[in-house]
Design a protein around this ligand. Structure first.
Ligand SMILES: [Zn+2]
Length: 80
């Protein structure tokens, strides 16, 4: 018989919370990156790229590409 008790203090909860957030952030990042991988600009044939910033409000994705068209396509692809 084994009895294990874990006492969660405030720092334990904060640590767990940040781990969950980190995991969710990584999921979003890889999901968005996957989705825009196929996007090519119909005019220039270049791909779009994405950069993420994490703020207290959540995650912001910044799309960059050769022109507005590819950025629009990349944004649209992430909403699918
Ligand atoms: Zn272009």
């Amino acid at each position: 018989m084994l009895n294990v008790s874990v006492k969660w203090d405030d720092s334990g909860f904060k640590n767990l919370e940040s781990k969950i957030k980190k995991h969710a952030f990584d999921q979003v990042k890889s999901d968005v990156t996957q989705k825009i991988r196929r996007v090519r600009c119909p005019t220039h044939g270049s791909s779009a790229s994405v950069r993420f910033t994490e703020t207290s409000q959540g995650v912001t994705a910044h799309f960059t590409g050769c022109c507005d068209k590819v950025v629009e396509l990349a944004k649209a692809a992430t909403l699918k």
